[in-house]
Ligand binder design. Structure first.
Ligand SMILES: Nc1ncnc2c1ncn2[C@@H]1O[C@H](COP(=O)(O)OP(=O)(O)OP(=O)(O)O)[C@@H](O)[C@H]1O
Length: 269
């Protein structure tokens, strides 16, 4: 989809440099160090509580790192003014609930805020971008509906549409497939891969991460393994160690593609 000219792919290189992420006094992750290329889709996986949300919030600028730096291209993210930061990185948080009395179109239009002059409105242009973004997440015709009337999955797609109109070179997604039916899960991941943006997504479903990500970062015991291609990041040994389940790669009988198959340990007895 295109809400505006797509950002050029020389923009959106995302770096974490010796990052430590903390909540209160507790360090959740330390020694996080990686570089993500413009246009890459990178998954973050890890058990519950391993720090996926904390890392995404730090990469988005919402949390300050305890130490280290986040850079987008040559800019230190946490030094940017809020408007500039909002034009650089968009975060779709997990389970955000917009105010009940807002209309869907109004929520999506919030993504344009960093580009508007103070008190500035450009209604026809704004409306067109909102309409395009809603259509791209399969919510054509929803602009006038109150947010309170949406299902969880529809709300999730509205928040993605808001991030799309924000039109940032870097897009961060926290469990974007939560609440979505299987069709919309696959559509969303196909959509984000086709955006020509740098995408970092926390995903619980290892098979989806394996299939849709160029590289994957595995969080385990307070550390982030360096981003690696799915076959390496989610090798049977790593999946067994980190998640305590068995993983096998099997060939799809029709497409011939590799799929990651997860089985509980007891199933093999
Ligand atoms: N507001 C908070 N106050 C104190 N501790 C917190 C807070 N939010 C998260 N934590 C703790 O920080 C750690 C990392 O949490 P985080 O939400 O980043 O994990 P996660 O990998 O996203 O988890 P999940 O898979 O369950 O969504 C967890 O141990 C969690 O209990």
């Amino acid at each position: 989809m295109s809400t505006d000219e797509p950002p050029l792919l020389e923009h959106g290189r995302l770096y974490a440099r010796e990052l430590a992420c903390a909540i209160g006094r507790r360090t959740v992750l330390a020694e996080v160090d990686f570089s993500i290329e413009p246009g890459e889709t990178v998954g973050i996986v890890g058990p519950n509580g391993s720090g996926k949300t904390t890392l995404l919030r730090t990469l988005s600028g919402v949390h300050r790192p305890r130490s280290g730096r986040v850079l987008v291209d040559d800019q230190v993210l946490h030094d940017l003014r809020p408007r500039r930061r909002a034009a650089t990185v968009a975060l779709v948080a997990q389970d955000e609930i917009p105010p009940d009395d807002m209309l869907v179109g109004e929520v999506v239009a919030l993504g344009l805020t960093p580009y508007l002059p103070p008190w500035g409105l450009d209604a026809p242009r704004e409306q067109q971008r909102v309409t395009q973004a809603l259509a791209s997440v399969d919510l054509h015709g929803f602009a006038g509906r109150p947010v309170r009337q949406l299902s969880g999955g529809e709300r999730q797609r509205v928040l993605l549409a808001r991030a799309l109109v924000q039109n940032t070179p870097v897009l961060l997604l926290d469990e974007p497939t939560n609440h979505l039916d299987v069709t919309h899960q696959l559509e969303l991941l196909t959509l984000v891969r086709g955006l020509r943006r740098t995408v970092v997504a926390a995903l619980h479903d290892l098979s989806l991460a394996d299939r849709y990500c160029d590289r994957i970062i595995v969080l385990h015991k307070g550390r982030a393994r360096p981003p690696a291609p799915p076959g390496e990041a989610l090798s049977p040994a790593v999946v067994a160690e980190v998640f305590g389940v068995d993983a096998n790669r099997v060939r799809h009988p029709v497409t011939g593609e590799d799929h990651l198959l997860i089985t509980p340990r007891e199933a093999r007895r």
